[in-house]
Design a protein around this ligand. Structure first.
Ligand code: SAM
Length: 294
């Protein structure tokens, strides 16, 4: 099996898994992500320097970045559970990365989880789960689809058994910031065309692109600054309009719009200034859930 570490935008999936693996070890953890732990164990074996990941007591940049991935996770979990409680039996993880929801969420056995990402990410994930004995048996059906989400992924999804006549929960978690506004529109057009009434769409993006800003590159530590620059170089614009308008234009009713900074308070954790929109340099990161209009 291929154990080459994913690079470029695939590396961001590794950073997310690292954050979730760390969170899983906390006594007051918000979730326990067995798959993230397996992926990080494999990454550390593959490259003994920890695969370019920070030490356990990483600096402020890493802590803030890790907390972003951790705090958004329960928002997505809640909306997957709501959708499934409402009868959705297909869950599509767009840019699945090392997402562990197929294992972690106790979804009904009649659920199929589709994981879409690039081949290097999915190959690494499958190798890690296999090596760590974390691959299964799973209660749900899991289908992986190696594809580029800027291309004709709907055809690949259908080939993997996706049924557009059945309602679906779609997650685009940690994805839209790597797409420009035209690519975001195209992505949502494709999702809409595949969504039966009652389908849900959950996503997030930042009101402005922070590449080059203090929040990414203003760290005195050289490694942190370089990691911030790398991340910044991957960022694109995301959607061009407000969450409500974006979903509305594409045939969706946005039933929950929140922002990342507010979610820290909800979980009784301190909001880093970088995600506090009241701070002069803070980011407004939208968290958005919509339901397909009939
Ligand atoms: N959603 C996952 C999570 O929260 O754990 C992963 C998030 S990670 C920050 C971003 C993911 O987007 C990476 O796995 C990357 O490979 C994927 N990605 C970015 N652009 C993509 C594209 N055009 N096609 C497929 N995957 C893409």
């Amino acid at each position: 099996m291929d154990v080459t570490l994913p690079e470029g935008v695939g590396w961001t999936a590794l950073v997310t898994a690292y954050a979730r693996a760390q969170e899983s070890r906390r006594p007051d953890r918000l979730f326990n992500d067995v798959w993230a732990r397996a992926v990080i164990a494999q990454a550390t074996r593959t490259r003994l320097d920890g695969a370019g990941l920070p030490a356990a007591d990483g600096g402020s940049f890493w802590n803030d970045l890790a907390s972003y991935a951790v705090i958004r996770t329960p928002f997505y979990d809640e909306h997957v559970r709501l959708g499934v409680a409402d009868g959705c039996r297909q869950v599509v993880l767009l840019a699945a990365g090392f997402d562990g929801r197929a294992q972690r969420l106790d979804l009904p056995a009649s659920t199929t989880v589709f994981e879409l990402d690039t081949a290097p990410v999915l190959d690494f994930k499958n190798a890690a789960l296999h090596t760590e004995g974390a691959a299964g048996p799973l209660v749900v059906a899991r289908r992986t689809v190696a594809t580029d989400l800027r291309g004709d992924w709907p055809a690949a999804l259908r080939e993997a058994g996706f049924d557009p006549t059945r309602p679906t929960v779609w997650l685009a978690e940690g994805l839209l910031m790597y797409l420009d506004s035209t690519e975001c529109d195209q992505l949502l057009d494709n999702i809409t065309a595949l969504s039966a009434p009652g389908s849900r769409f959950v996503t997030e993006w930042s009101e402005r692109n922070p590449a080059g800003e203090q929040s990414l590159v203003g760290y005195p530590d050289e490694t942190e600054r370089r990691a911030g620059e790398l991340l910044g170089s991957l960022f694109r614009s995301g959607p061009a309009v407000s969450p409500q308008e974006w979903l509305d234009r594409h045939g969706w009713h946005s039933y929950e719009i929140d922002h990342l900074g507010a979610r820290y308070r909800r979980h009784d954790r301190t909001t880093p200034w970088v995600y506090d929109p009241r701070h002069p340099q803070g980011l407004l990161v939208h968290l958005v859930a919509g339901i397909r209009r009939p």
